[in-house]
Design a protein around this ligand. Structure first.
Ligand SMILES: [Zn+2]
Length: 298
């Protein structure tokens, strides 16, 4: 995987394999020069770049190779006649030499896809990372909700019958049920979304998703706060669901709403607000005292 990114910078040419290492724009040469031709020319598979150059810096391969492999015509290399060893370098996907680091390697070999429309919905500079991670799982529908567990518990009909949403006691839970079709969740959602500009978003996941696709990259303060509210809602509703399922703790919809509001409010208090025209409106709504540092000098 990493071989195409590792290149030799030729100095004395002795440490670089002529056929298999990357050292010229045609490398690796063994991709097109056969082992038989290499042997017939008096070289072997271990020959270095120094071995295939004569004292004048001319290629020692036979003239006939230029007929067989016309790409070799015009291939030149400037060998540094010093005794310095060849140097290994890392080149990126565009062929530029880069300082070697694990980050460079990861960027070079990782699987790449197009950026999803909701990327900035989940990851943005003001986000609360553990809420973002939770929202990411929700969007990918990777939470272990009961509808997904069904697949693993196929043999146990009793367990399946006992399964019901711990928040409303009806039906099995699923991503779309918890966010926010469930009676309990929809109460929470109605409650918290009244604090942000999300009136048009109803309790259906498709409606939430449509909002995310429209506003995920917005830098409008109101939209940034909305993103925090949505991620916090996903986080605390899932937490409440698990508390009810795995311990005896139980909160009301109002209490869960308060947890969401106070975590968002706490995050807002750490914000640098400068330059947002809707600042005062947001501060008032979230009952945050305005600070001298946020005042626009203009
Ligand atoms: Zn429910």
């Amino acid at each position: 995987m990493v071989r195409p990114f590792i290149w030799s910078v030729i100095r004395n040419g002795a440490q670089t394999n002529a056929w298999s290492d990357n050292w010229c724009h045609l490398s690796p040469l063994r991709d097109f020069i056969t082992p038989r031709h290499i042997a017939n020319a008096g070289f072997n598979l271990q020959s270095s770049v120094a071995d295939i150059l004569d004292a004048n810096g001319q290629w020692r391969w036979p003239q006939a190779w230029y007929d067989t492999y016309p790409v070799l015509i015009g291939l030149t290399i400037i060998r540094d006649n010093s005794q310095l060893h060849d140097r290994l370098v890392w080149k990126d996907l565009e062929g530029n030499e880069r300082q070697f680091s694990s980050m460079e390697v990861w960027h070079a070999i990782r699987l790449r896809s197009n950026t999803v429309s909701w990327a900035n919905m989940v990851w943005f500079s003001q986000c609360i990372p553990r809420h973002s991670f939770q929202l990411w799982l929700v969007i990918k529908n990777k939470l272990k909700t009961q509808d997904r567990l069904k697949v693993w518990e196929a043999g146990s009909e009793t367990n399946l019958r006992l399964m019901c949403c711990p928040l409303c006691q009806r039906d099995r839970d699923s991503r779309d049920h918890l966010f926010f079709a469930c009676n309990f969740s929809s109460q929470v959602w109605m409650n918290v979304k009244s604090l942000v500009d999300m009136k048009q978003v109803n309790a259906l996941w498709s409606s939430v998703l449509a909002w995310m696709e429209q506003y995920s990259s917005s830098t409008n303060l109101e939209h940034i706060v909305s993103k925090l509210v949505l991620a916090a809602s996903a986080y605390f509703i899932w937490q409440e669901r698990n508390n009810r399922l795995f311990s005896r703790m139980q909160c009301s919809a109002t209490q869960v709403s308060e947890k969401i509001k106070s975590s968002v409010r706490f995050r807002l208090m750490g914000f640098k607000f400068k330059g947002h025209s809707d600042l005062n409106h947001v501060l008032r709504k979230w009952k945050i005292p305005s600070r001298a540092s946020d005042e626009d000098p203009g």
